[in-house]
Write a protein that binds this ligand. Structure first.
Ligand code: DLL
Length: 440
């Protein structure tokens, strides 16, 4: 057992026996499918086409008979075509930018907002938060779910919330210091930038700040990035996961064991499937994460394909929770880069860069096609120290990184060490890839 003190917001649910949980999931699934079939024409059509009736879905094992939903469905039935409740019962809309013009939107009833707030209260509690804490919300407050999700969870806990929203780094740090924020909620890329700026301003996090933990998510990050943020800000950095279509942040969260994210399985059912065949894969195997909501009433989702790739485990966690855990997201089936036939995830390259001396983890991957062959350029910023170093030392570091990328990812790349602060910083989700191959 770990020596850490673990706080649990709702022990009755978070530590429920797996048998009892599966029973509840089966009952909630059956009720949700009935609601979907009766209220949403597209669910009825798809289930009829698959030859499944609501009465066929009686337990968790029947999940596999249900059809999948995709992000394209949210576009096709935009904005209200997937509502399972009357529009007057929808109290909130959130959305996220898609790869094409219109955002995808999801409608939440009062029940859905309450469920999501509880999921986020569990998330903050797992990172050590209580009603005594001061939570700085640096996720954008707006259509994006990050800001409101973190705000609602902290509010449910009875903590003090500083709803900063994103941006204005100096001001974030001033408020953090003056108000004594103890918990930080933002993207990991921004947490790392905040940490660097804190150090540049000569602030000693141990002496001058009161931060103890952060709930970071909304984009893929690595174990190396966790260590960097923890060192820069002297905090526990916990990974949190969510998506607009399901509930926003808090769908899954790490406890202080930092060993995978507990899924709020009394509200969602998680599966891992083979992205090509759609077959369910056993726990422990990497595949595409699929969620089915079982308490959502506004816009419930049936077997929603997230395109996120990870593993699941139901092994016991030292925190005492029985909720299954998802591993770090290693990439997405759709932003996985295929370069000269090799699957490449930006997170693999990030793990090399964060571990290398002389460079800061601000990078951009530029993929192109030259003479019918794919090319990968990795632009990474030098640290200030390195920038003033000898040409031969810089060249050695460049060669070292090139060799590491080759050994981790399996393909050759061109590594360019660029000047400090020359790669644009992001306040929300970081943009790490420019793929020029589709432009030719
Ligand atoms: O990013 C919700 C969120 C806000 C989660 C704040 C965590 C913290 P969307 O904008 O709809 O919602 O984007 C969802 O972001 O399918 C993943 O690809 C990615 N993502 C979210 N959390 C993580 C994470 C919010 N912890 C999409 N690790 C998801 C890796 C993540 N990727």
């Amino acid at each position: 057992m770990s020596q850490r003190e673990h706080r649990i917001f709702n022990p009755a649910m978070e530590c429920i026996s797996r048998d009892e949980l599966h029973k509840i999931q089966g009952e909630r699934l059956a009720a949700t499918v009935k609601r979907e079939y009766e209220n949403v024409p597209v669910y009825r059509e798809r289930m009829d086409a698959a030859g499944v009736k609501p009465e066929d879905i009686r337990s968790l094992e029947d999940l596999k008979y249900l059809p999948f939903m995709e992000k394209t469905d949210l576009r096709d039935y935009y904005p209200f075509g997937l509502l399972a409740s009357p529009k007057k019962d929808i109290v909130r809309i959130h959305g996220s930018s898609g790869t094409t013009g219109k955002p995808i939107v999801s409608g939440y009833t009062r029940n859905d907002v309450d469920v999501w707030s509880e999921m986020m209260a569990r998330t903050l509690t797992a990172a050590g938060a209580t009603s005594e804490d001061i939570v700085q919300v640096t996720y954008g407050l707006g259509l994006f779910t990050g800001g409101f999700g973190a705000y609602q969870g902290a509010d449910k806990l009875g903590a003090m919330v500083i709803p900063m929203s994103s941006g204005n780094t100096q001001r974030q740090i001033m408020m953090m210091k003056d108000l004594g924020a103890t918990i930080l909620c933002c993207t990991p890329s921004y947490a790392s930038y905040l940490g660097e700026t804190v150090r540049e301003m000569g602030i000693d996090p141990k002496k001058d700040l009161k931060l103890k933990a952060g709930c970071f998510g909304a984009e893929p990050w690595t174990e190396e990035m966790r260590q960097r943020i923890e060192q820069l800000l002297e905090i526990d950095a916990c990974d949190i996961y969510g998506l607009t279509e399901i509930a926003g942040p808090g769908v899954a969260f790490e406890c202080l064991e930092k060993n995978g994210m507990h899924i709020n399985e009394d509200h969602v059912i998680a599966e891992i499937i083979d992205p090509t065949t759609g077959e369910q894969l056993p726990y422990g195997r990497h595949g595409e994460l699929v969620f089915t909501t079982i308490t959502k009433t506004g816009m419930p989702m049936m077997r929603y394909r997230t395109h996120d790739i990870c593993t699941l485990t139901a092994d016991k966690c030292a925190c005492g929770r029985t909720l299954a855990r998802m591993g770090r997201i290693v990439g997405r089936t759709d932003d996985m880069l295929v370069i000269r036939g090799v699957n490449v995830f930006p997170s693999q390259i990030e793990s090399v860069l964060v571990g290398a001396d002389g460079v800061a983890p601000h990078y951009m991957l530029i993929v192109d096609r030259v003479n019918s062959s794919d090319t990968l350029e990795v632009q990474v910023e030098m640290t200030e120290d390195m920038f003033g170093d000898t040409v031969s030392h810089i060249e050695n570091v460049r060669k070292y990184i090139t060799a590491q990328i080759k050994s981790v990812v399996g393909i050759a790349s061109k590594v360019s060490l660029v000047a400090p602060k020359s790669i644009p910083r992001s306040e929300g989700k970081a943009k790490r890839v420019i793929d020029k191959r589709n432009l030719h």
